[in-house]
Design a protein around this ligand. Sequence first.
Ligand SMILES: [Zn+2]
Length: 84
Amino acid sequence: MRIYKKKEVQESELDRVICNQCGKKLKVEDGILKEGCFSIDYTFDYFSEKDGYIYSLDLCESCFDTWTRGFKEPVRISETREFL
Ligand SMILES: [Zn+2]
């Protein structure tokens, strides 16, 4: 016989997303982000001066477009495949 004691589970829900560039509050409903957002958590590695640091940021689609339009080399874009 096994008897388990209840543990208090701490749940978290997405509350808000703010564009790091322009400060726009993106639409979040019931913990779900409801508009396009470029989101990244990037860990710099050994050969970087930022070794060991994780940079996290979110950009709204408008700021993402402005940022990537400024690239000398265009961003490679391909279609994702959805699996049902
Ligand atoms: Zn923005």
